[in-house]
Ligand binder design. Structure first.
Ligand code: FE
Length: 434
């Protein structure tokens, strides 16, 4: 069974990563940053968690305003530092933990947290700035990362109460994961600061101290504050400290504080804490077997449906490269290139031999079985002049003619728009894979 070895709170200002990369350990103005992180680094070295569950917010780097969500869980196989304008930091990618992430997803969704899921994205300083001083990255990172990106930058943002509750739900999910792994929870952000407008440069050290005391002893009290009250006391961007409540919620009601540091060099105080669980004596509200049944209840039995391939996170991670490739068919230039000569595109996307082969052969059934999502197959069909009905027939292993007979109206259609070269489909055209 998985266990939570404790929680870490840390600021995630870019100064931490900058100080690390430019080797400022021995310069008087920077040294306190490293001193604050040293006990945390040693604690991690001693506890040896297999996974860091890393709560952070992206700073409009990989999560843009075209689709901004509250809780985005990283389900991918690896993560790398994002380019924030001056090139990415030279840190190696870190492995994800898709299996644990999938289990956590089930638990949180069963508790009615509406998540989004991400993979294939770089993570910005919100994650890698503290991560690079917490864990050594050479010769390789000592464990895996499951990131949770919290959308705290576009209002309305999640409340403190929502965050603490999410943490409690997270604890149940992690502690019910069947593998024997150790997980540390890392909450990042803050403390008091504001980086925009005439109020930029705002800090409030007395409030930061009060926040840290309440976080440790009475996190529930913090949930009575509105985001506006957090912003008033700790600056607008400082209101991102609600993310520390997710970490705190994932720990026992009473915690032992092993370490706390605070240093305000410039715009943002750099704070660190370590908490370990104290026996809280609270009986588990829900026995493990009941919990596991509940989080799987919506999907129980779905595997028995014949010819049905639910697009699970497992499939999504496995076939992410293939689906990413097919998704690019919504770009006119990529589409043109694909029709001219797909081979260089296969190579550029690093598709496996099996993946290339399924695409070359237009093997709709194999693609679905492999993990392509249907809604990309219809785009692929539209690109190569094949109708949805051809694809349906091929997936069923029938001729188009036979399949059409099972419909009330003998019609052909596709999602092809005005660019499609062909919309007068010949019913008798060969259907590969049928
Ligand atoms: Fe931030």
């Amino acid at each position: 069974m998985a266990s939570i070895v404790g929680g870490i709170g840390t600021s995630h200002t870019p100064t931490i990563g900058f100080a690390h990369d430019t080797h400022k350990q021995h310069e008087a103005v920077w040294a306190p940053i490293f001193e604050g992180f040293e006990p945390v680094r040693r604690w991690l070295e001693e506890k040896k968690p297999d996974v860091l569950f890393f709560i952070y917010n992206d700073h409009i780097t990989s999560f843009f305003l075209d689709h901004y969500s509250h809780f985005a869980l990283g389900v991918g196989e690896r993560y790398w530092p994002a380019d924030e304008g001056g090139g990415a930091r030279r840190l190696p990618p870190i492995a994800g933990h898709p299996k644990l992430a999938q289990h956590i997803a089930l638990g949180l969704v069963a508790d009615e947290f509406d998540l989004s899921f991400f993979q294939g994205k770089g993570l910005d300083h919100g994650c890698f700035s503290p991560l690079s001083v917490l864990w050594p990255c050479e010769p390789q990172w000592p464990g895996a990362l499951v990131p949770l990106q919290v959308g705290v930058l576009e209002f309305p943002t999640p409340s403190a109460r929502r965050c603490l509750r999410l943490g409690r739900s997270l604890r149940k999910a992690i502690e019910s994961y069947p593998e024997d792994i150790k997980v540390a929870i890392v909450g990042t952000g803050g403390l008091s600061h504001q980086v925009h407008g005439e109020r930029c440069g705002f800090n409030n050290t007395p409030w930061d101290m009060e926040f840290l005391a309440l976080l440790e002893k009475d996190p529930e009290a913090l949930t009575h504050l509105t985001i506006a009250q957090f912003a008033e006391r700790g600056g607008l961007e400082g209101a991102e400290v609600v993310m520390w409540l997710i970490m705190r919620g994932a720990l026992s009601s009473r915690v032992r504080k092993l370490h706390q540091s605070y240093f305000l060099p410039s715009m943002t105080p750099i704070a660190t804490v370590i908490y370990e669980n104290e026996a809280d004596g609270e009986p588990a509200a829900e026995p493990l077997a009941e919990y596991r049944a509940r989080i799987g209840a919506q999907w129980a039995g779905i595997e028995r449906l014949p010819g049905t391939y639910p697009f699970t996170l497992d499939r999504s991670v496995k076939a992410f490269r293939l689906n990413s490739f097919l998704h690019r068919l919504i770009e006119p230039a990529f589409r043109r290139q694909f029709l001219e000569d797909a081979e260089p595109l296969f190579a550029a996307a690093d598709l496996s031999g099996e993946e290339r082969d399924m695409i070359r052969r237009r093997d709709w059934r194999a693609l679905i079985r492999y993990g392509a999502i249907f809604f990309l197959l219809e785009k692929f069909g539209a690109t190569v002049g094949i109708t949805n009905l051809h694809i349906y027939a091929a997936m069923r292993g029938e001729s188009l003619e036979d399949f059409i007979k099972t419909r009330n109206a003998p019609v052909l259609y596709s999602v092809a728009g005005q660019d499609a070269g062909k919309t007068d489909w010949d019913k008798s055209s060969p259907v590969a894979g049928a």
